[in-house]
Structure formats: structure tokens, C-alpha cells
Design a protein around this ligand. Structure first.
Ligand SMILES: Cc1ncc(COP(=O)(O)O)c(C=O)c1O
Length: 656
């Protein structure tokens, strides 16, 4: 087997796949090489030595050696690559499989059809996604071709692949051609008649007569995205004058992000904590695609729809207590705004006008809209906006870590402060808001479940509403489906977003108890919750949410999370006494540790050097202040998580 190198993406070209094996992919690849003056590359050759496709292309198209790139993986058995490798006991370095560098367009020929398995978690469509080239589908004319071609198109599009067109091999069949174009919404590029035997001269004549100018209007991947971005885009939480240029991402799959410069990064922070099962998970992608073709959006006042109803039911079934009413919005901040407005108006509707204070916890972060900034003010992110925010009372938060001997004393003090506060202000309090178990944005600061239980008891005693902001902690991030389940607490309102759609669509849900919902009923509109967004309960988001919950059950996701937790535990326990680290902590799939002696504020950017170090090694992290944390998608393997810790350990020696 030839040695594999990580190589650069070609700037242009096509990936040639077939609706089946033996449909004429190699012949069509030869034709395309001739017609487009392209180079040929077959990355994976199975049945190697019997009749290599490279030799066939050479024979048919007569390309010079510098236009032919030899396979990087050669396997003897004429089987699917995963099976051929298994038989040979070979373990090809699939992650390193890349495109050769060439100035010509590249015709890349796949092995078999789109869903042919290559390795665990990688099939031919996955390789197409990685290479990022538009795909040409070769089909054989004859009975069955409509079905095979449409199935292939559907599979490719479900993976977000760009299909450049279809080529038919065999007798001209105008009806099949018409129906494939119409039903598949695809361009038929040309038909190649049967040639028996195939003569190189006839093929060359055929290629010379082809007009493939239609292929030229494919969008050029060579656009200067970074330059255009600099000119027109305003990025979040970024000082544009000093920041590194934004990196153009071209695709993502599983735990890996692929960028326009041909590099790839393991996404160790789930792209701001949203990606759950992995990027572009095919089941979620397919659900969104299907929904987009059925009902993409409908006003949610006056109308309802199946995905919203089913998702609401599923969420209520998963959440504890009487959390039984779902109000949809677009993002975590609006989920929090709605929770605040619900709590405020609930009391007002009951005639308790004076219950209008909110309490939250020191360090808590709840989003960037004005109400969310108010309740998250002590997180330190909003100094410039103080005069926009409303008054909120901040209570002590007993953050803890591995080998923290003072945790009990801190919890006792925090609960005493809480009790005293409720004694004084309980009757004027609309609600108490907390990020349960983990404060995310202030540095993955964790508390023990028992603290939340005691807090809930105090709130119940004071008769105030308890609001859990599970925007980050929901959907497995604490090791349980929700933090409230892990803590055994029934809050009155829960805010969900981020993982709600597995990271596919911007959507949020604020879930309230039946008691709160009923508090808004009445004959007049002024008792109703006067809040709504254009995209409330967008069907695409709901479809993604439902598909994600199905993946949870089917893939036994909580077990994957437990495997990641065990890696955090082993590695952070071992690092606990490292002189350059402090306060290691972990919960579920999240692990965090502080860089000792460095400035903790986010603005100071103490973790920047570490971030660059990781990115140079193909690992994407984004420390918050002096806190280094890992919050990976659940498809990350324990080995990959070990790699992240190996890299951290090495960085601590390499960086001064
Ligand atoms: C706990 C919590 N609440 C609310 C938000 C705000 O969510 P969004 O960024 O979607 O507005 C975040 C975002 O990080 C969060 O972590």
C-alpha cells in the first residue's frame, strides 16, 4: 500500500461516483479527463492488480504520467474497501486521505457507490464531503435506472453534497433522461453510447465533441472568502482590529471541521456547545432536508404542525415534574428572556404586582440580549452596558473542583446567604435563575447536585419560582439528559437551546409547568404572554430536534458520554498536582482546568497561545480567560479525547 500524505484540496474538479458498481465510472472518468483537460485520481483501489482503473484510464485516454495520480490505498480483494481491509488485516490511515496538488482540474473516481463503507464512520459519501468537489453520478441506462439514480441523488443530497449532474451510459433513452432530470432536479450532462469493445480513438472523438461548458458555471471554490469576510462581515465576541482572520470552513463531519486551506480540526468545543452527535449527522441532516421539502415554515400563531407538537410532547416526557408547556423561540438568550417575562407576568396575572425582583448567581451567564445581560451581569461580559440593564440580586455560587476540601463550607455559606436573602426579599421575588450544575461561560464552574436540591427546597419554601437555564447543560452535557434530572429537582421553568436541534438549527424552548401556563389563561389578551418571533417553532428546527432525540436512543448516546467522562476523570486526576494547572473539574462529557497564575478575565485572552498551539496540531479549542476546557461532540472517541489531553500535557512543557 502506498504511504498516505495529508495533501491539499484541489481548487477544482469533480468526484465521479456510480449508481452501482460496473456502470462505467472509469470510462466516464476517462472521457471527463479528456474533455476537461483534467488529471485523474483514484484514491482507493480495491481488487488491485486485477485490472486497475488507473491502467484503464491510461489505456483509454492516453494521459501523460503527470496527469495520473496513483491510489493512496490499494486493497487486493474486489470488495467494499472496509471489507477488503478487514480481509487483509490492513488499517489504512483514512483520516490522512487527501487530494494531490495539481494545477489542472481533478477527476476523482470513487470506489463503488455513495454508501459503500470504507471504515467505521466513513463511507464513500463521507470521502466526497471531505474532498468538497461537486459530484457527477454515472448511471447505466435501462430498466431500474430511474430508481437507482434518484436514490443515489437523495443519498448525496442528504449529506449536503453538491451534485453537478448525471451521465448515462448505454442506449439513448429520452424518457428516462427526461424523468431523471425532472424528478431528480438534476442536469443530465451527456449520454455515452455502448461501445463494444471500447476503442481509445472512439472515446477521444466522443470527448472532443462534448460541450461541458455547463459544468463551468459551478461556483468556484477559489473565492477569496477570508478577504470578502474582512470587508463585509462583523463577527461575534471579536475585536476585529486585532483578531486573526476568520478561517473559512467548507464542511464538517463527525467531530471534524474542514477548512478551505485543506486543513481539518477536531472540534473539541462542539462549535460553541451546540453540536451534539457530530457535525452533519446524516439522520438529522436527512430529517431537516425532508422537512424543508414538506413544510419549511408557517406562522405559529393560528397554525401548528406535527414536528412542533411531537417535539413538545417528547420534551415534556423527558423533563421532570409538571413541566408540560413548551414555548418556542430562536436562541438561548430569547429562551431566557421568555422565562423572565413568564415569571414576571405570572405573578402580575395573579395580582402580585410587587413580585418583580429577580435573583441569580455570581458568575452566571444567560445570553446577550438586554434581559439576559441583566441576569448575567456578574459574569463580567457586559461592563459597557450597565446602564441598559435592570437591577438583579446576585447570590454566592459555591463553585467546586477535584480535591476541593472547602466545598461543604462554601455550600453552607451560600445556602445561608440564600436563606437570609429569601427571608428578607422572598415576597417581592418573581424568580431565582441558575445555570444548574455548571456555569458555562464563566469557565465551566461546577457545583454539586446536593446544592441545587437545597436551593430548590429554599425556593419552594419562599414560594418563588425556580428557573433553570439549561441552554448549555441540556441534552447530556452533565452526563444526564438534563441537569434537573441529575440533581433530582423539579424547576418551574426550564430554558433549552444549543443542543436542542443537535446544533443544526437556531431554536430554543422555554418549558413551563401547567400551573404557570394556567396563570395566563383568561378572557382578555392582556393576560396572555405577548411574546413571539417570526420563526417561532420553525419546522426545520423541530424536525432536527426530533431526529436528534431519536439518535440519542438509537446510538445509546448517554453511554458514549460516560466513556468520555471516564477519560476526563482519568486524565484530570493525573494532572491534579501539575504545577501549571489548578482546580481540575469534570462532569459528563465536559472537562476543565485553570492555567495557574494567568489572568482569569476573558478580555485578557490568557489562553490564546494555548489555542494556537492546539490549532497547529489540528485541534480546535477556545479557552475562556485562563480556563482550558473540552466540551466535545458525543461522537468524539475516547482516543481522540486522550489526544487532546496528550496535547495539553505537551503544551505545558513546550510553552513557556
Ligand atoms: C447558560 C446559557 N444561557 C444562555 C446562553 C445564550 O444562548 P445564545 O448564545 O444562543 O443566545 C448561553 C450561551 O452560551 C448559555 O451558555
Amino acid at each position: 500500500m502506498s504511504r498516505m500524505n495529508a495533501m491539499h484540496s484541489a481548487s477544482k474538479g469533480f468526484f465521479v461516483t456510480g449508481t452501482d458498481t460496473g456502470v462505467g465510472k472509469t470510462v466516464i472518468s476517462a472521457v471527463l479527463c479528456l474533455a476537461l483537460n483534467a488529471a485523474y485520481f483514484k484514491p482507493v483501489q480495491t481488487g488491485a492488480g486485477l485490472d486497475d482503473d488507473l491502467d484503464s484510464v491510461l489505456r483509454l485516454a492516453g494521459l501523460s504520467a503527470n496527469r495520473l495520480f496513483a491510489p493512496l490505498v490499494k486493497l487486493a480483494a474486489p470488495l467494499a474497501p472496509s471489507q477488503a481491509a478487514e480481509l487483509e488485516g490492513a488499517s489504512p490511515d483514512w483520516p490522512a486521505l487527501g487530494l494531490p496538488k495539481t494545477d489542472r482540474p481533478l477527476i476523482v473516481e470513487g470506489a463503488g457507490g455513495a454508501l459503500v463503507p470504507m471504515a467505521e464512520g466513513l463511507d464513500m459519501a463521507g470521502l466526497m464531503a471531505r474532498f468538497g468537489l461537486p459530484v457527477i453520478v454515472v448511471a447505466r441506462s435501462g430498466l431500474g435506472t430511474i430508481n437507482h439514480t434518484l436514490l443515489t441523488l437523495e443519498a448525496l443530497r442528504a449529506r449536503g453534497l453538491n451534485v453537478a449532474g448525471v451521465v448515462l451510459v448505454g442506449p439513448e433513452e429520452p424518457l428516462n433522461r427526461r424523468d431523471i432530470e425532472r424528478l431528480g432536479q438534476v442536469r443530465m450532462l451527456f449520454s455515452l453510447p455502448w461501445m463494444q469493445p471500447i476503442s481509445a480513438q472512439a472515446l477521444r472523438d466522443f470527448a472532443a465533441g462534448l460541450d461541458l461548458s455547463r459544468l463551468a458555471d459551478e461556483p468556484s471554490p477559489a473565492v477569496d472568502l477570508a478577504g470578502l469576510d474582512r470587508r463585509h462581515v462583523w463577527h461575534p465576541f471579536t475585536q476585529a482590529q486585532t483578531a486573526d482572520p476568520a478561517i473559512p470552513a467548507v464542511r464538517a463531519q463527525g467531530a471534524r471541521l474542514f477548512t478551505a486551506d485543506g486543513r481539518s480540526y477536531l472540534d473539541l468545543i462542539s462549535s460553541w456547545w451546540v453540536t451534539l452527535h457530530g457535525h452533519a449527522h446524516p439522520d438529522v441532516a436527512q430529517a431537516v432536508a425532508r422537512q424543508a421539502r414538506t413544510l419549511e415554515q408557517v406562522i405559529f400563531a393560528d397554525f401548528t404542525h406535527e414536528p412542533a407538537v411531537r417535539l413538545s410532547e417528547s420534551l415534556c416526557n423527558l423533563l421532570p415534574g409538571d413541566l408540560s408547556r413548551v414555548f418556542f423561540t430562536d436562541n438561548g438568550s430569547t429562551a431566557v428572556e421568555v422565562a423572565l417575562k413568564m415569571a414576571h407576568q405570572f405573578w402580575r396575572n395573579q395580582g402580585h404586582e410587587g413580585r418583580d425582583r429577580f435573583a441569580a448567581f455570581q458568575g452566571g451567564y444567560h445570553g446577550d440580549t438586554v434581559g439576559a445581560m441583566s441576569v448575567g451581569f456578574s459574569s463580567g461580559y457586559y461592563q459597557g452596558f450597565e446602564r441598559l440593564t435592570f437591577q438583579v440580586d446576585f447570590l454566592p455560587y459555591p463553585a467546586t473542583w477535584l480535591n476541593d476540601h472547602e466545598v461543604e463550607a462554601k455550600e453552607t455559606q451560600a445556602l445561608a446567604a440564600m436563606a437570609e436573602y429569601l427571608e428578607r426579599f422572598g415576597s417581592s421575588l418573581a424568580g431565582v435563575l441558575i445555570e444548574p450544575l455548571i456555569q458555562g461561560a464563566s469557565g465551566m464552574r461546577m457545583v454539586r447536585p446536593g446544592f441545587l436540591k437545597s436551593l430548590a427546597e429554599l425556593c419552594a419554601k419562599a414560594g418563588t419560582l425556580l428557573i433553570f437555564d439549561e441552554v448549555m447543560t441540556g441534552f447530556g452535557r452533565t452526563g444526564a439528559m438534563f441537569a434537573c434530572l441529575k440533581a433530582g429537582v423539579n424547576p418551574d421553568i426550564v430554558c433549552l437551546s444549543k443542543g436542542l436541534t443537535a446544533g443544526f438549527m437556531p431554536m430554543a424552548a422555554t418549558v413551563a409547568t401547567g400551573r404557570i401556563y394556567e396563570g395566563f389563561l383568561g378572557e382578555t389578551f392582556d393576560r396572555a404572554l405577548a411574546h413571539g418571533h417570526s420563526f417561532t417553532a420553525n419546522p426545520l428546527g423541530c424536525a432536527a430536534g426530533l431526529a436528534s432525540l431519536e439518535v440519542f436512543a438509537r446510538e445509546n448516546t448517554l453511554a458514549k458520554i460516560e466513556a468520555l467522562r471516564q477519560v476526563h476523570e482519568a486524565r484530570l486526576t493525573a494532572l491534579a498536582s501539575h504545577p501549571k494547572l489548578a482546580k481540575p473539574r469534570f462532569m459528563g462529557p465536559i472537562g476543565a482546568v485553570e492555567l495557574a497564575g494567568l489572568e482569569p478575565s476573558y478580555a485578557a485572552g490568557a489562553g490564546k497561545k494555548l489555542k494556537r498551539y492546539f490549532m497547529d496540531k489540528g485541534l480546535y479549542v477556545r479557552p475562556m480567560g485562563n480556563v482550558f476546557y473540552l466540551l466535545p461532540p458525543y461522537c468524539l472517541t475516547p482516543q481522540e479525547l486522550h489526544l487532546a489531553y496528550d496535547t495539553l500535557e505537551k503544551a505545558l512543557t513546550d510553552l513557556t
